[in-house]
Design a protein around this ligand. Structure first.
Ligand code: SF4
Length: 413
């Protein structure tokens, strides 16, 4: 899955505590905080994926739902503004399992009355008319569908269990069921993919009329089969100039179909931006429930174990499964606000991030000095009170992020 990007976060602060039985549940989030629920099962493990997920065969999904509801009773915010079912593959759950989960979450949080946006991630092999109707009836009006590629050979290389035809059928079933908000996930910069092939596939998807598009370049994450294949020379990463051409083509073609790039990899029709993810990029608070899920409550970041048995054991023993927690210092908090916020088209207002990060004047001044230097380097540009990535800086966003993380951390010492 792609759209729930920020949930891949791992502990980073020097004061992280991990695998420590004294790690307590994080503070209870206030009413309205965003709620993420991680369903960790997939039909098969994709070779490029580093989200926490395992093949569903032989797994006790009912036990997982019961544990997630126990954790929600302990930690979930009341009346969340947004709810995101991610994973893993939430659409893999049967209609009765989805009902148990979503009704149970409603009993605990009242999400059906409070949430302005509710999303479930779906894969084509487990999304048909019945499933889409079930999700809509249960109160989920927004689906994120993982197409990833329109090339069946590429889908095999990815280790995915569906065909491109199945992706189109799943999309059609969702529309037929009455789902009005659909995101499509795609991956580009795939080995041996040409820019012309990417443009052709992208246009076919855009011609469907999705409300939202998440298009990510392929990355080779540690501990994935793809990274091992890359290291052994079995796969070759796309050339930088082709990747750059694909990046610009994506923005241009999406815009010509009415989808504006509001974040580096995300495009939406007016009124269809993903509020749940906007909250991540603005470094807001969120509560993650389920194995591997990450939370940020006040300034505490915490996460659950990325494994099924320890998660179930901890929930049974303590009612929560918090595995690590950390309190980033003000420089780390500011750096996170900057690198996340710069991913957005709207950019970063130093006065806003100072409030979000609860940072002191010297720390904010250090971050503005760094932003000003990056303006001189041509990577950022000022716009009123805000800073945003320049045309040149856009495809170099990861490098700009590293600048903020490393330089501001150095300022703290
Ligand atoms: S479907 Fe594939 S990409 Fe999505 S979470 Fe499962 S293994 Fe990862």
């Amino acid at each position: 899955m792609q759209e729930q990007e920020k949930q891949r976060a791992e502990p980073t602060a020097a004061n992280s505590r991990r695998d420590d039985p004294r790690v307590a549940a994080p503070p209870r989030a206030s009413e309205g905080t965003a709620l993420y629920v991680h369903l960790p099962f997939c039909a098969a493990k994709c070779h490029y994926c580093d989200f926490f997920s395992v093949p569903d065969e032989g797994q006790d999904i009912d036990a997982m739902i019961a544990a997630i509801l126990s954790e929600a009773a302990e930690r979930a915010p009341r009346r969340p503004r947004t709810v995101f079912l991610g994973g893993g593959t939430p659409s893999l759950l049967s209609p009765s399992q989805l009902k148990t989960l979503l009704d149970g979450l409603h009993m605990i949080t009242g999400w059906r009355e409070s949430a302005a946006e509710v999303t479930a991630e779906c894969n084509p092999e487990s999304l048909d008319l019945e499933k889409a109707r079930c999700l809509l009836d249960l109160g989920v009006p927004r689906l994120s569908v993982g197409f990833q590629s329109l090339n069946n050979e590429t889908l095999k290389l990815f280790g995915r269990v569906h065909s491109a035809e199945a992706s189109f059928e799943a999309y059609g079933a969702a529309r037929q069921a009455g789902i009005e908000h659909i995101n499509v996930d795609l991956i580009y910069a795939i080995p041996e993919q040409s820019a012309a092939q990417w443009r052709r596939d992208l246009e076919r998807v855009l011609d469907l009329g999705p409300d939202h598009l998440s298009a990510y370049n392929l990355t080779f994450e540690e501990d994935t089969r793809f990274k091992r294949w890359l290291d052994r020379g079995r796969l070759e990463a796309a050339a930088e100039e082709i990747e750059l051409e694909m990046f610009h083509d994506t923005r241009r073609l999406a815009a010509s179909h009415g989808l504006e790039a509001y974040e580096i990899s995300n495009h939406a029709r007016p009124g269809e931006r993903c509020s749940h993810n906007l909250n991540y990029w603005r470094n807001g608070e969120y509560v993650g429930i389920g194995p591997g899920a990450v939370s940020k409550v006040h300034h505490t970041r915490s996460g659950n174990p990325r494994a099924i048995s320890p998660y179930l054991r901890r929930i049974a023993g303590h009612g929560h499964a918090t595995d690590w927690s950390e309190e980033p210092d003000e420089y780390a908090r500011l750096a996170e606000c900057w690198w996340l916020g710069l991913r957005l088209q709207e950019g970063v207002d130093p006065a806003e991030v100072a409030l979000t990060a609860a940072a002191s004047a010297p720390a904010v001044e250090a971050s503005v000095a760094l932003a000003t230097r990056l303006v001189s380097d041509g990577l950022l540009e000022p716009a009123g009170t805000r800073f945003g990535l320049s045309e040149r800086g856009l495809p170099l966003a990861d490098g700009v992020a590293r600048e903020f993380l490393q330089r501001l951390q150095a300022s703290a010492q």
